[in-house]
Write a protein that binds this ligand. Structure first.
Ligand SMILES: [Zn+2]
Length: 415
């Protein structure tokens, strides 16, 4: 059966006319069509146009949704989260307010290593129930596709546990879920003086087990000063390639490093964070097809510099925005708030922020041919707003949920 969305006051298709992404000034073109209609057949979008070209008689059996006074945009594609985690860390939040040092916080139960310790005492069922709640929460804010990383296990059993939960979520939420193996998230204390052994564990035991069970599509490494070096990251990613995993890498959050260059050299799908990025890194990104993914809620929460989004766009690059939903540096997966932060602190135009949270999220996951825009042939994932005159009101009204309906695969899944 056909579904017709008609009288849409403003439809933002985020069409890229077949290109995998919109670069530089193209990001200002979010494909606005005034007074528009969209036809959906089963799970897909079949036609998009202006109401003046719509003939009711062509779709006699169709179910009609009147979108008068409302805006329709693609569903948010959040390409970077750590949404499956064992426990929120609000105690740590208060310690930070009081000015406690990182070491002291770690001693009291904060940090990645402590999340890994907590994971051991949390049952897989509890981990699943809490993670499903997080999926529902972000669904209500408009996230229709979400990537989830492991990385709080740091042991064979722990990493498998996280990835089993992430994969099980696929059967319980309508969202499209993509999973990433991030065994190299931090070096466990037990391996402090024996880095090679841990890297060997990641490459020789965890990776084969993850790949054999089909638990992840992507491989990620925390390539940062104090975590994993570029040569260690390269080794792990190349090993991932042997198992058919595609790369997404955490780089340049804490320091200027060669992480971005490594990403381009290895033709990674994305390099994520980039709070500290040099002109040379920007030139390298211009030479490849690796998507720069920026995570403004992380900068907001940690009171760290924001990635130089304007500079990247002015260099003719595309940029993607994601939430980095995790318990330690971004305890929120709200993509409308990510848009607000990007507009306020990175000076993105609302249209650019929309492109960065939809089409470019899909690009950072290698699925922009199926998701991320409202075009014939794509999966019918879209959001209908409350009555709204301008797209700008979404990032302007930060923390107000302006999404009225969430649709995935041609079905209304929220409200
Ligand atoms: Zn992250």
């Amino acid at each position: 059966m056909n579904i017709v969305l008609k009288n849409i006051a403003k439809l933002y298709t985020v069409s890229s006319n077949g290109k995998p992404s919109l670069k530089g000034v193209e990001m200002q073109e979010a494909g606005l069509v005034d007074n528009a209609f969209v036809i959906i057949s089963d799970e897909k979008i079949t036609k998009v146009g202006k109401m003046s070209d719509y003939t009711e008689a062509a779709y006699p059996e169709a179910k009609t949704i009147d979108c008068s006074g409302k805006i329709v945009i693609p569903g948010f594609v959040d390409s970077h989260t750590h949404l499956v985690f064992p426990k929120t860390r609000e105690d740590e939040f208060v310690y930070k307010i009081k000015g406690m040092s990182y070491e002291e916080i770690a001693r009291r139960g904060g940090g990645i290593l402590n999340s890994a310790k907590t994971l051991q005492s949390v049952s897989e069922e509890q981990l699943f129930v809490e993670s499903l709640d997080r999926c529902k929460e972000i669904l209500s804010k408009g996230t229709t596709t979400v990537e989830i990383k492991s990385g709080y296990g740091l042991s064979l059993e722990g990493e498998l546990k996280l990835l089993r939960v992430a994969n099980r979520l696929k059967q319980y939420t309508p969202q499209t879920i993509k999973t990433t193996f991030l065994g190299a998230h931090a070096l466990p204390t037990a391996y402090k003086n024996n880095r090679e052994s841990y890297i060997q564990l990641v490459c020789e035991e965890m990776l084969p087990a993850v790949a054999e069970a089909g638990l992840a599509e992507f491989i990620d490494v925390f390539c940062e000063t104090g975590f994993f070096t570029e040569s260690e990251a390269e080794k792990i990613i190349l090993k991932g390639y042997d198992y058919g995993l595609k790369a997404k890498i955490h780089v340049n959050q804490l320091d200027y490093s060669g992480g971005a260059k490594l990403g381009v050299k290895l033709n990674a799908l994305s390099v994520d964070h980039l709070e500290r990025i040099s002109d040379e890194d920007i030139a390298t990104l211009q030479s490849g097809n690796t998507m720069p993914v920026l995570l403004p809620s992380c900068s907001f929460y940690l009171r760290e510099p924001y990635a130089p989004a304007r500079k990247l766009i002015e260099a003719g690059l595309p940029i993607c925005l994601a939430s980095d939903f995790n318990p330690g540096s971004s305890p929120s997966g709200d993509m409308q708030f990510v848009m607000s932060l990007a507009c306020i602190w990175m000076r993105l135009l609302p249209e650019e922020a929309l492109v960065a949270t939809t089409l470019h999220g899909a690009n950072a996951l290698g699925i922009s041919n199926q998701l991320g825009s409202i075009e014939a042939g794509k999966q019918a994932d879209f959001l209908i707003t409350k009555p709204l005159e301008n797209l700008s009101k979404i990032p302007y009204s930060f923390t107000e949920n302006l999404i009225e309906q969430v649709w995935i695969k041609g079905k209304q899944v929220w409200k």
